[in-house]
Write a protein that binds this ligand. Structure first.
Ligand code: SF4
Ligand code: SF4
Length: 396
């Protein structure tokens, strides 16, 4: 069996994973913290996290694979460097690194399925099992992947809630294979190397990171996290949190960017599918604001960005344009006041209000902004958008 584990590791690396480690399928130690986190409503609108059946399955993997005997955990590096000028140029949007290439779910899941077939074949050839059954997960089911990663010895929970690998940092996806074949587990990662560092806590622009609790578990109020606000949240972004979003239009890497372990170890992923493309590598915000349904669909059909849908994505772009606050954004935002989606119209109104606040009515472009807001207010029939238009006219 030891030889099978060694060959499995080799096969995983050959397939393109950076690490392959194994843990036993124990009941979760982290679930108590997870339940408290849910009780405090830190998960916001992500109701799939709080469903009792999904919490129970996170606690006990046997709810997912009844006869689970071992868990394989793999890592896949996705790091992409920023282009020159990004993220410092407020006229360009920043997309989280994991979302700059193709959707990772398909790629990783496909690779895990290949690994499972290899294991099934090899275990049969070596007369270790008749048939190996397994299930592959890549953010696709109620699995506490980071806890399994820690149990398998891959790293520790950083104060930024990421799993940090002592030789790779945290820019990697985790994939999990639940197996009905018992395999020798690797030693658990027992130490914590954050020490007195608090760079991520201090850098988070929206105050989402709350430090570690009395049991050492890192706490995040997801409702304040830019990743949640720009991807998971389907409705309006709370007004008070919009300025902190800056030019992050899909996800946020700030608490990873400042982490010294990434500063030391992050290396550009060699995976062709994860490479940035012009649409995700610091795209111009003004152009994005004009995306039609068809254009959004054709640009992002194989990208994680499709998850936000056009209306959510343009909501984020409008917020970033408001944070830029430039006169150059006015024509695109004024056109967006007529968008069929109230969500887009309302955030465009907020963005114009930010520009108005900056230039003042008599200032450069101020009349044009006020005129656009007033004109739309006269025909607007959505009460929430009306409120945003009125606030925008006051420069709020
Ligand atoms: S992803 Fe961004 S907003 Fe979320 S916790 Fe990290 S720094 Fe804060
Ligand atoms: S930035 Fe510092 S505190 Fe935050 S996860 Fe990295 S090492 Fe830990």
């Amino acid at each position: 069996m030891d030889r099978l584990v060694r060959d499995l590791r080799r096969e995983g690396i050959r397939l393109g994973f950076q690490d392959l480690r194994i843990c036993a399928p124990r009941r979760s130690e982290h679930i108590r913290f997870f339940r408290e986190w849910i009780d405090q409503r830190f998960h916001g609108e992500m109701s799939y996290l709080s469903r009792p059946d999904s919490v129970a399955r996170r606690d006990d993997l046997r709810g997912t694979l009844e006869d689970v005997r071992s868990v394989v955990v793999v890592t896949q590096n996705y790091f992409q460097p920023d282009s020159p000028g990004v993220p410092g140029d407020p006229a360009r949007g920043v997309v989280a690194r994991y979302a700059r290439g193709e959707d990772y779910h398909e790629l990783l899941k496909g690779r895990l399925q290949v690994l499972l077939r290899w294991l099934d074949l090899e275990a049969g050839k070596r007369r270790l099992a008749g048939k190996v059954r397994g299930l592959a997960y890549v953010d696709t089911g109620p699995i506490l992947e980071r806890e399994l990663g820690r149990l398998a010895g891959l790293g520790w929970f950083g104060k930024n809630t990421m799993l940090i690998h002592p030789k790779r940092g945290s820019y990697f996806f985790l994939g999990v294979l639940l197996l009905d074949l018992p395999l020798q587990a690797d030693p658990t990662f027992g130490s914590d190397h954050c020490g007195t560092c608090r760079a991520c806590l201090d850098a988070c622009p929206t105050g989402a990171l709350l430090g570690k609790d009395q049991n050492g578990a890192p706490v995040m109020d997801a409702r304040r996290c830019i990743s949640y606000l720009t991807i998971e949240l389907k409705g309006p972004i709370p007004r008070g949190l919009r300025p902190g979003i800056g030019n992050r239009i899909f996800g946020c890497d700030i608490c990873q960017e400042v982490c010294p372990w990434n500063g030391k170890f992050a290396e550009t992923s060699s995976e062709a599918g994860f490479r940035s493309c012009p649409d995700t590598d610091g795209p111009g915000l003004v152009q994005l604001m004009g995306l039609s349904d068809d254009e959004f669909g054709s640009r992002f059909s194989s990208s994680p960005i499709k998850r936000a849908k056009r209306r959510g994505f343009l909501r984020n772009v409008a917020v970033a344009l408001g944070n830029w606050g430039s006169r150059d954004a006015v024509p695109a935002l004024a056109r967006a006041l007529d968008d069929p989606e109230p969500l887009v119209r309302g955030h465009a109104a907020w963005a114009l209000g930010q520009i108005l606040n900056r230039v003042g009515i008599p200032g450069d472009g101020g009349f044009e902004v006020a005129e656009a807001l007033l004109f739309r207010l006269n025909v607007e029939d959505d009460p929430w958008v009306e409120g945003e238009l009125e606030a925008g006219l006051k420069g709020e």
